[in-house]
Design a binder for this molecule. Structure first.
Ligand code: FUB
Ligand code: ZN
Length: 620
């Protein structure tokens, strides 16, 4: 029997009516499977989620639960936080049920939720590494045990399942754990924060879903207590844990990238409910730091392998980029919350679009079952493979945080396409879709027909009793935007207003363009990237003649960029002779000739075997 989703089947549903933008439920935004986002979502449903489910068994995650209750004799496997792989996968399944109504996972859900229920102690505690391996560490080493991080993923999965189809068995488990955390760490009790943020955003969602104020108060307390030196930070240092300064004073995105970005999602969630201006002010400064000085062109974060960390401002090496998939996912969550919180959506929506079509699209292979953990913007021909930064995508990782995180994001991605305000429907992401128009805007269905970003034409149709007021995001890169054949300009907020009665066609400018980086970004100086619409391009060795090495190319930004078959772009480049000397005179020798270059979307790189790749191409 297929399931009927509830009207609240979406992540991040603010309870306070503070935001002018209201999210739409996942079932209200049906992505067309022939479109780019819809096709990816279908692959997620058909390949990625099932792959994650299988890996939970083979990687030992489920045995970790079974062994706690004597149902397995296997040793504990994986990192301390391996339980979160299960919870992220359940969350992916939940949103997938909301999207498609599938009953494919019902028996599996019965099985794994029953298992979690058996492992949960009467106190509400459930965390297999502590229960089964180090009981003496319970709440004793919060800087490293990830207990609240795991609880956060449990809570998010439980809220998703209940929002999706009104299934509350996991929610009962999650609230019992949240109640335990509240009894121990709630206001007026022991002071403690988790080394890895995540519980903050989860508790706000639990508050939103249940209406129980204690959960919001606990989230607020976790935010308030951070930066007070409560964590035993050891050699990693306080910035790694974002414990170096109180949240309201911490202006720069620093330390472990995923931790910082999850924290910021939670802080923004608290602001969305309480309205505290100081939190939003801090988040705006943080957002500028992360996005205007520390984000890779592909929408990735984390310049350093060491500590999986943000670098300094403009420290953006392509080849040694860490750029963890989870960091970009965390940023989608945060940027979406900033979109809701500020009511000024353009920059946030454009960032989410960049992240989806670049860093995240590249993080999963065409097969839907292989993944990158690190997402560098350059692969040297002789680059060694590292555990978390292999040359080619892997089916799984010993630290498997990224693959199920991608699965849950894709299952919920339709929630990020549009919002409604009091008087208009705002389109933030362009995707082939049918969107149920909320009743207060006249109801009916908005049909969006497009193969964007393969193509810039977006055909819109709405037949109703009255015109539908649409706010259509005009991306900053679209230098010539056309509506029904006539040039069109966005309002100051970056959105073009249309009163749609019948059909209209928006055409965004997908002319290929050269992009440069800020002059302080030393690693990118003297180089250019190719972009088309929201997509970043790259060149792979596999597309060059055998006698031309990718790293010997020199481009000239006066060379035309021509869109060719499919989504490729053609240009030309000079080729440097292969000099032996590591250092030498300053003149540039380009005598080795010229070569035709084919660039492909970064999203598609690495699908034809292991081949050198680069996004930034030298001009000198
Ligand atoms: O600590 C949990 C997860 O493992 C982090 O978010 C990732 O960066 C990886 O270290
Ligand atoms: Zn990860």
């Amino acid at each position: 029997m297929t399931h009927l989703a509830t009207e609240r089947a979406a992540p991040a549903l603010p309870r306070a009516a503070r935001s002018p933008h209201q999210p739409l439920a996942i079932p209200a935004v049906r992505l067309g499977e022939g479109g780019v986002l819809g096709g990816w979502q279908r692959r997620n449903a058909e390949a990625t989620i099932g792959h994650c489910v299988a890996q939970l068994e083979s990687s030992g995650v489920l045995d970790n639960f079974r062994r706690v209750v004597g149902e397995s004799g296997a040793p504990y496997r994986g990192f301390v936080f391996a339980d979160s792989d299960l919870y992220k996968t359940i969350e992916a399944v939940a949103w997938e049920i909301a999207r498609s109504g599938t009953d494919r996972w019902d028996a599996w859900l019965d099985d794994v939720i029953g298992l979690v229920a058996r492992v949960q102690e009467p106190s509400g505690y459930v965390m297999t590494w502590i229960q089964g391996v180090h009981p003496e560490k319970r709440f004793a080493e919060l800087h490293w045990t990830h207990e609240m991080y795991v609880a956060g993923h449990l809570i998010q999965a439980a809220v998703a399942l209940d929002r999706a189809v009104g299934r509350d068995d996991l929610l009962r488990i999650a609230t019992a754990f949240a109640d335990l955390l509240d009894r121990r760490f709630g206001p007026g009790r022991e002071e403690g924060v988790c080394g890895h943020p995540e519980i903050e955003t989860a508790l706000v969602e639990l508050y939103r879903h249940t209406g129980v104020e204690r959960y919001l108060a606990l989230a607020q307390r976790m935010v308030d207590l951070r930066g007070r030196g409560l964590l035993k930070v050891g050699n990693l240092g306080a910035t790694y844990f974002q414990d170096h300064a109180p949240v309201r004073q911490a202006r720069d995105a620093v330390g472990h990238a995923v931790r910082q970005l999850y924290l910021n999602a939670g802080v923004t969630d608290v602001h969305l409910e309480t309205g505290e201006p100081a939190l939003l002010e801090a988040m705006q400064a943080q957002w500028d730091s992360a996005h205007h000085r520390k984000m890779y062109l592909t929408g990735a974060f984390g310049s350093r392998h060491r500590d999986e960390a943000f670098g300094d401002d403009y420290e953006l090496p392509s080849d040694r980029a860490y750029a963890e998939t989870c960091a970009t996912i965390a940023d989608v969550h945060w940027s979406w919350r900033m979109l809701l919180a500020t009511g000024e959506p353009a920059a946030y929506a454009e960032t989410i679009e960049r992240e989806l079509h670049n860093a995240l699209a590249a993080a999963v292979g065409d097969d839907g079952t292989t993944f990158f953990y690190a997402n560098p913007l350059q692969l040297r021909p002789d680059r060694f493979s590292e555990e978390n930064a292999p040359r080619e995508r892997r089916a799984w990782y010993s630290c498997a945080c990224c693959p199920p995180n991608l699965a849950r994001l894709l299952a919920q991605v339709s929630a990020y396409v549009a919002t409604s305000t009091d008087d208009e429907l705002a389109l933030h992401l362009y995707a082939d879709a049918e969107i149920d128009v909320p009743a207060h805007l006249g109801g009916g269905v908005l049909r969006v027909e497009t193969s964007y970003p393969d193509d810039g034409a977006v055909r819109l149709r709405h037949d109703g009793d009255r015109p539908l007021r649409l706010a259509l995001r005009v991306p900053s890169w679209s230098s010539r935007t056309v509506l029904d054949g006539a040039p069109a300009e966005a309002d100051a907020d970056g959105y073009l207003r249309v009163d749609l009665a019948g059909a209209a066609t928006l055409e965004l400018d997908l002319a290929p363009r050269w992009t440069r980086a800020h002059h302080r970004a030393d690693a990118l100086r003297g180089a250019r990237a190719i972009e088309v619409g929201p997509r970043v391009y790259c060149v792979e060795q596999v597309d060059l003649p055998d006698d031309v090495a990718l790293d010997d190319l020199v481009v000239d930004e006066r060379a035309p960029l021509v869109r060719a078959d499919g989504a490729t772009v053609r240009t030309t480049a000079a080729v440097r002779p292969r000099a032996d000397a590591l250092y030498g005179p300053t003149e540039q020798d380009l005598s080795a000739g010229e070569v035709a270059v084919v660039a492909i979307p970064f999203a598609r790189w690495g699908n034809r075997g292991s081949s050198a790749m680069r996004v930034w191409l030298p001009v000198v």
